[in-house]
Design a protein around this ligand. Structure first.
Ligand code: 6A9
Length: 789
């Protein structure tokens, strides 16, 4: 009985939050406490939409489709690579008060702009302006339907106001956080002073069981019974949401869905390009509004903010001063703006599991204000990505970094674990295949948030009187108890058998199905590690992350007047170059390396399937690829040369006068190993695993392609070693200039050629590949241009 009791109480721990005071007060993102950040483009998963930083926000958004096109229904809403847009993203966004986005569809471009205005008690007003222009290449002016919508999320209500010849003229609504408000749809014009254009109006007034259903509901409501009949031109049937309001029952796709239904209203305007439409959100609590934020006033406000943005960008990054071209500066502004415009506010529960749970559990509800790696493919929070994101954002606005980091650390459980991938709420979950949803509490991810904290501390100590210094100290004070537990968690759950060694948990278990079992937890997924996962393993990248983390822990503790000697000692031990070499230097490879139960003699082969004589082979299950091991594994260095071997250099642990640094610089500069004209490849061209698939369905990922986060660390490290005295200082300086130029030029060129910033870059051609847009860590190109590390 006791054992059973113990087990069930242990089972709860994985889903029990850390007991220390939260970094963020419960109302920290509310309209009262943080009115200027209440509304925002916090829905990175849709092409255009806004919500508030509250758990059950009223959401607003835009869908659109082109009429009379050969393709049947081309409804755009959530960012999908399959839509094949020529490019989309924020050109400017200050993370706070305005943004300008360009969306290039097949034969027209939409510019989606928003401006916020403070006033009243509920986060103020905003105006959207959507401008549509046809591409010069298209012969006919496309007719486009814009579908503006508002939806409630289990709380609040929306009421449609249909006007004659204008469809849905406005929506009024109420919610707890927003109070009373009004959304007004203005008519299409060609410019802010011109006449109203011919347009057709339709609307849909219905309910939804959840926000992930909006696209489907609109799709299912579409009808062709409407006629587009411009004053000069033929009459044609077009596709529209049906203004007929069906009884609620018919609208429930799944009558068993137990969730509470929320109001969902859509206003569709169908009009020929070119045109411009404005939508206003006005808070009823804003009494002293001088004028409406529309037309010429809107234009003036936009212009003012654009020039403020330009000036602040130059003040912060100084790219014009450095001689970058106008086009390069525009690219760089877009990269930063996409990271800011890609910030999301998510709310919900992770699904988690520990060794003590037979089935996964729901984590407590929580909020996450975070940047995301990719709006199309991974529009949600990833732990180690976020540290890189905040390196860039902290230069622009340290308040964003404090708030994002605080949200992440407030998600820590009593054990000190933070789920690596945050899939919060139905909308986020609808984008993730089931097998990827459950997060396990053995699993770590690199503690890169320490890099962002290091930046905040440096900002503080370089100017203790700066206006952001006090908030940084207050923030660190509240963060500290959680940081301690977080650090401790790595130090107890991710250690190896040999003292001061570390090992990533959570490697693939089914070893004979993979060429090399993956280590998703390290962030470097399929980067080759020991062929046979075992408790004996030790990982050099994790060792270095811990050296970094202990050093920052010591700095923070010292700054706060907390005990810091232990952290300092840990830092000293982990940074000891002798110990590091003992654990990780491979003489055979002439480089740092993982260690474990390993053999190089592995390959993928067709599984042998027994086929009885005389039987056709296809009657038996298709042979799959399985691993064949030709020589038994033994304890030894893994001897893969690539990103992992660079870590003691990447995180500045290697002494500037270490001869090992020379080896590293040589391997980096060797085109047969890591060097390419576009950046450092992840795995040496001469490594046996170079560009090898892991299974028949699993293409190489961190086995060759160029990744910008690690390249950023490499450039930063070269900059470091070029500034400390040592025998390799000159070499480091030369490499620094070359590598920086190669990366910046290639990411920029790819952007110009393809319209996107990419997840990775091909090491042979430099071409962008993988998910796109990917304006997570690939946007660190901005810091390399600015030479801010
Ligand atoms: C799979 C597919 C619609 C993989 O950038 C996020 C992460 C990195 O943290 C990691 O280092 N990416 C890198 O190796 C992308 C991971 C995406 C996993 C989600 C589900 C959804 O399909």
């Amino acid at each position: 009985f006791y054992a059973l009791y113990m087990r069930s109480s242990l089972a709860k721990r994985v889903a029990t939050l850390h007991p220390s005071q939260r970094v963020l007060d419960d109302n920290s993102t509310s309209a009262e406490v943080s009115p200027e950040r209440f509304w925002g483009s916090y829905r990175p998963q849709v092409y255009f939409g806004m919500k508030t930083r509250s758990p059950k926000s009223i959401v607003t958004g835009l869908m659109w489709m082109r009429q009379f096109s050969s393709m049947d229904v081309n409804l755009r809403h959530t960012c999908e690579q399959g839509d094949g847009l020529q490019g989309y993203g924020w050109l400017m966004h200050d993370g706070l008060s305005f943004g300008v986005q360009e969306v290039r569809d097949k034969d027209f471009t939409l510019t989606t702009e928003f401006v916020k205005r403070r006033g009243g008690d509920h986060g103020g007003d905003w105006t959207w302006r959507i401008t549509a222009k046809q591409h010069s290449s298209s012969r006919q002016a496309p007719v486009i339907s814009l579908m503006f919508y508002a939806a409630a999320d289990t709380q609040g209500s929306l009421e449609a106001h249909v006007e004659e010849k204008k469809g849905l003229g406005s929506i009024t609504g109420f919610s707890e956080e927003l109070g009373h408000f009004k959304i007004t749809f203005r008519k299409p014009v060609t410019g802010e002073l011109s006449n109203v254009k011919y347009a057709c109006y339709n609307n849909l007034q219905t309910v939804t069981p959840g926000l992930e259903r909006l696209t489907d509901i609109v799709k299912n409501s579409l009808s062709r019974r409407f006629v587009y009949s411009p004053p000069s031109g033929e009459k044609r049937h077009y596709i529209a949401v049906d203004s007929y309001k069906p009884p609620h029952q018919q609208h429930q796709q799944n009558p068993d869905d137990p969730r509470k239904k929320s109001d969902f209203l859509v206003h569709q305007v169908t009009v020929e390009t070119p045109f411009q439409i404005e939508v206003l959100f006005e808070s009823a609590s804003f009494h002293s509004r001088p004028n409406q934020l529309v037309g010429v006033t809107m234009t003036e406000e936009l212009e003012r903010r654009k020039s403020e943005f330009d000036a602040r960008f130059e003040r912060t990054f100084g790219l014009e001063r450095k001689g970058f071209s106008q086009a390069q500066v525009r690219f760089s502004k877009a990269a930063l703006s996409n990271m800011l415009g890609g910030m999301g506010y998510f709310y919900g529960q992770s699904v988690v599991q520990s060794a003590y749970n037979e089935y996964p559990l729901l984590y407590p509800e929580g909020a996450l204000f975070t940047a995301v790696p990719s709006r199309s493919f991974f529009p949600r929070g990833f732990l180690w990505d976020e540290g890189f994101h905040q390196l860039l954002l902290s230069k622009w606005d340290p308040q964003v970094t404090r708030e994002a980091t605080a949200h992440w650390l407030d998600l820590i459980n009593v054990e000190g674990w933070i789920p690596r991938e945050q899939i919060l709420g139905d909308e986020a979950r609808s984008k993730v295949p089931g097998e990827f949803v459950v997060q396990r509490n053995e699993n770590a991810n690199p503690p890169t948030l320490f890099l962002a904290l290091q930046e905040l501390i440096e900002q503080h100590s370089s100017d203790p009187d700066a206006p952001t210094s006090l908030p940084t100290l207050a923030f660190l004070r509240r963060l500290f108890p959680r940081l301690k537990t977080w650090f401790e968690w790595y130090n107890t759950t991710q250690t190896g058998p040999v003292p001061n060694s570390y090992r990533w948990r959570g490697r693939d278990k089914d070893t004979n199905l993979f060429l090399n079992p993956k280590t998703l937890t390290s962030g470097l997924d399929d980067y080759p590690r020991a062929s046979h996962p075992s408790g004996e393993e030790r990982h050099v990248d994790l060792h270095c992350w811990m050296a970094l983390a202990s050093g920052i822990m010591a700095s923070i503790a010292r700054l706060l007047g907390e005990p810091h000697v232990d952290y300092e000692q840990t830092h000293q031990v982990l940074s000891d170059n002798g110990l590091l070499s003992e654990l990780h230097w491979s003489d055979q490879l002439g480089a740092f390396s993982d260690y474990g139960n390993h053999t190089q003699a592995v390959s993928l082969q067709q599984e042998k399937v027994y086929v009885p004589p005389g039987q056709p082979r296809h009657h038996y299950a298709a042979a799959r690829l399985v691993r064949s091991v030709r020589r038994a594994p033994k304890l030894q260095h893994v001897n893969a040369l690539g990103y992992v071997s660079l870590f003691p250099f990447l995180l500045h642990i290697l002494h500037a006068d270490s001869p090992k640094l020379e080896h590293i610089l040589r391997d980096m500069r060797d085109p047969d190993k890591l060097w390419t004209p576009y950046g450092l490849r992840s795995l040496s061209r001469t490594d046996p695993m170079y560009m090898k698939r892991n299974t028949e369905h699993d293409a190489p990922y961190w086995r060759g392609p160029i990744w910008i986060n690690i390249n950023y660390l490499a450039v930063r490290a070269l900059n470091h070693y070029s500034s400390v005295e040592g025998p390799y200082q000159e070499k480091a300086t030369a490499l620094y200039n070359e590598l920086r130029t190669n990366i910046v030029n290639n990411v920029y060129r790819q952007y110009v050629e393809t319209g996107y910033i990419w997840e990775q870059y091909n090491d042979n051609t430099g071409r962008g590949q993988g998910s796109h847009p990917f304006t997570g860590w690939s946007a660190l190109t901005v810091l390399m241009m600015a030479e801010q590390y």
